[in-house]
Structures are given as structure tokens and as C-alpha cells.
Design a protein around this ligand. Structure first.
Ligand code: HEM
Length: 363
């Protein structure tokens, strides 16, 4: 499935013109329109104390957030973006991934809010997501879906499954039931500890000034097969526009306005772990770990979700290029299995228009 860069596109090591990059993005778009997602799971069983399957996750998302045909079962509300990644080449010493060699790669992405309600009202405290597909489809493409959190709040698929139910809003109060939440936290002390870290890093005002992190740990593998544990983060270079007058989409509207007037930039940083650093995503790594500046993400185009753009991409965290490999964090394989099930369900269903209509956002 590997495709060469389109004719005329200068690819590695030399600058690309805006026109040539757009030609390249057209090729990516054509592929994405028929993306079947990565089916990286070996069987239906995901793990956990109970018999968790990808379908039990889909059922749980739907029982908590309702059934919304055609939409993602989690991170249902979002907008599609495009841009490029300019690699410094400095991460090449860690990983042989082609997109990490000095040069420019096209990017397709999607900003989202956590939760399965595609018409949710934007709230500052709702977790923000950014999914990226970096580079051309095939074994050199790198997909990653990141969150604006410093750590994840659970360390197992079972924890995520239980947390979904414990966080479900009680229709009478609009808030999670305190007794159910207390019982969940008693059973998951890692969540109480991680939540304290999250609270110490309150969300920034908008999408544009959010730091998006991998949270899960991966292996960077160099050309001679040496494996180094890494986590990565996208660190913003700009402030966010203030949220506007109000309405249901204040965070997305501010992002759309900002992207329609200027390109947005994030630095991609790899944190280099040691063999002693935890894979558990609720646990931060020591702050003195080496950081490698891998390059800069530039996003310059924003679109309403539609057929053929990021709406139709499965940002499966196990779609990794040669040179990056998953750690044994069980959350990664669970994510891959459940994203594929969500992708398959939504791509076979009729879909109503997305809540955020980019051309209706006032300048
Ligand atoms: C067991 C744990 C998890 C489960 C079951 C889960 C489930 C899901 C599902 C079903 C989707 C929608 C997929 C689709 O239809 O394309 C999704 C999207 C997403 N998830 Fe997760 N997730 C988990 C953990 C995580 C973690 C650890 C992160 C970040 C580090 C993350 C970040 C995201 C993002 C950013 C999206 C939206 C991507 C997009 O725009 O398509 N999730 N998740």
C-alpha cells in the first residue's frame, strides 16, 4: 500500500512549495476516503476482570452517551484540519521512522472533544483531543491520537470501562452519582492519584494553546534495532483567541476563527525514557528526562467533517511507521480494537451533519 510522493513533489531534505504540498495532500485525501482503519487486534477479547470485548466498549459508550449513528463512539464532536510536519531530523538518532528524517510530510488531523455526544456543549473541562496522520499512507505513515492531559486517568482497559459508567451523568443532577464515583475511586487508587495531577494542570483557554500528549509509552527503534522508550507531546507556539460571545461551540468557533486567519504551530517533542520509567500512563516520568525537538507541526486549513477528510480516518494509535513500536501497555491494543469497531460501525451508518459547520462561524 506504499505510495511514492506525487510527481513533482520534493520530498525529503528539500523545501516543498505550498502547491506541491497540496498536490501531495490530494493523494492522501484519496486514500483516506477509502480508509478501512487498521485492524490490529488478534481476537475479540480485550482483557480485564470481566470479559471485555470491543463490542462491550461500544455498548458502554452508547449507554452512557446515547446512540448517534455515523459518529465516533468517543470524541464524537470535532473538526478536520490539514497541514504539514517539518522534521528537524534530530529524532533520527532514536528512530528510523521516515517522517522523523529532516524534511516535510503532509498531515491530516482532527481536533475533538472527549465523549460520545456529537452535539455536546463545549466546556473548558472536557478533555480535548488531536488526532494526526503524518506522512503518506503505507508503512511510513504515523497516526497518533493525543489528549490535553499530563497523564491518563486509568491504567487498564477495565479501568477505562468502569470509569465510563462511574462518570455517567445522573439525569436528576447532571453530575455523576457521588456514591458510584466513590466506589470506582476506591477500586482504582491510580485514578485518584492521576486526577490530582490533572487538577494541578488545569486546561488552557482553547485548542490552539493546548499541549497534546501521547500519554501511552512507545518504543523508538533506530536503524540498528536499538529500542528506546519514548513519550511525545505537541507544545503550542501560540496563545488561543479568546472564546467568543457564547453558544454551544465556543471552543471550536475560536479555533476555526484563528485557523482562518493564521497558521497554527506546535513543537513536537520526544521525551526519552530509561528502562526504569513506567509504562503505566497514569504515572509521569521524572522531569529531568532528555527531550528531543523532533520538528514543527503547522496546521493551516480547517474544514467541516465530510466524506474524504479526517472524518473518515481511524486515528488508531497502533498505525505506526517502521521505527516506532508499541510498548506493552494493554491500553494500546484495547484502543486499536475499539477504534476499529467504532470506525466500522460509523462508516456503515447514515450520519446527520456535524455540529461545527466551519462556514457558519462568524469571522
Ligand atoms: C481503553 C482506553 C480507550 C478507549 C476504549 C478509547 C476509545 C475511543 C474510541 C471508540 C474513539 C473513536 C474512534 C473512531 O471512531 O475513529 C476514540 C477516539 C479518540 N481517542 Fe480514545 N480511547 C481510549 C484511550 C485513549 C487515550 C489513552 C488517548 C490519548 C492518549 C485517546 C485519545 C483519543 C482521541 C484524540 C480520539 C479522537 C481521534 C479522532 O479524532 O478520530 N484515547 N477513543
Amino acid at each position: 500500500m506504499d505510495q511514492p510522493p506525487p510527481a513533482g513533489m520534493h520530498w525529503r531534505g528539500t523545501p516543498v512549495s505550498r502547491r506541491s504540498l497540496l498536490v501531495g495532500l490530494g493523494a492522501v485525501g484519496a486514500f483516506l476516503a477509502v480508509d478501512l482503519g487498521a485492524v490490529a487486534y488478534a481476537n475479540d477479547w480485550i482483557g480485564g476482570a470481566t470479559t471485555l470485548t470491543r463490542q462491550s466498549f461500544i455498548d458502554r459508550f452508547q449507554s452512557v452517551f446515547g446512540v448517534h449513528p455515523g459518529f465516533r463512539r468517543n470524541h464524537a464532536k470535532g473538526v478536520a484540519v490539514r497541514g504539514r510536519f517539518d522534521s528537524t531530523g534530530d529524532a533520527s538518532a532514536l528512530s528510523s521512522a521516515e517522517v522523523l528524517r529532516a524534511g516535510t510530510s503532509p498531515v491530516v488531523g482532527r481536533f475533538s472533544l472527549g465523549g460520545g455526544n456529537p452535539a455536546a456543549v463545549d466546556a473548558a473541562g472536557t478533555v480535548r483531543g488531536l488526532g494526526l496522520a503524518i506522512g503518506f499512507p503505507g508503512r511510513h505513515q504515523w497516526r497518533t491520537a493525543m489528549l490535553n492531559l499530563p497523564v491518563f486517568t486509568v491504567n487498564s482497559p477495565q479501568g477505562f470501562f468502569d470509569q465510563l459508567l462511574a462518570s455517567k451523568a445522573d439525569p436528576a443532577t447532571g453530575k455523576p452519582d457521588p456514591a458510584t464515583m466513590a466506589a470506582f475511586l476506591d477500586a482504582h487508587p491510580e485514578t485518584a492519584a492521576a486526577t490530582a495531577i490533572v487538577k494541578a494542570h488545569p486546561p488552557t483557554p482553547g485548542f490552539a494553546d493546548s499541549t497534546f500528549s501521547s500519554l501511552n509509552t512507545f518504543w523508538a527503534v533506530d536503524g540498528s534495532g536499538t529500542r528506546t522508550p519514548v513519550r511525545w507531546a505537541l507544545v503550542p507556539r501560540q496563545a488561543a483567541l479568546p472564546a467568543g460571545k457564547g453558544g454551544d461551540d465556543v471552543l471550536f468557533d475560536a479555533l476555526v476563527r484563528q485557523l482562518e486567519s493564521t497558521a497554527l504551530h506546535w513543537d513536537l517533542r520526544f521525551t526519552v525514557g530509561t528502562g526504569d520509567d513506567p509504562v503505566d500512563p497514569t504515572l509521569p516520568w521524572p522531569p529531568d528526562r532528555r527531550v528531543v525537538q523532533a520538528g514543527t507541526l503547522t496546521l493551516d486549513t480547517v474544514e467541516t467533517e465530510r466524506a474524504g477528510n479526517a472524518r473518515d480516518v481511524n486515528f488508531d494509535p497502533l498505525v505506526l511507521p517502521d521505527g516506532l513500536e508499541p510498548s506493552d501497555d494493554p491500553i494500546l491494543s484495547a484502543r486499536s480494537a475499539v477504534y476499529a469497531a467504532s470506525y466500522r460501525a460509523r462508516s456503515g451508518e447514515p450520519k446527520s451533519p456535524s455540529a461545527v459547520q466551519v462556514d457558519q462561524v462568524a469571522p
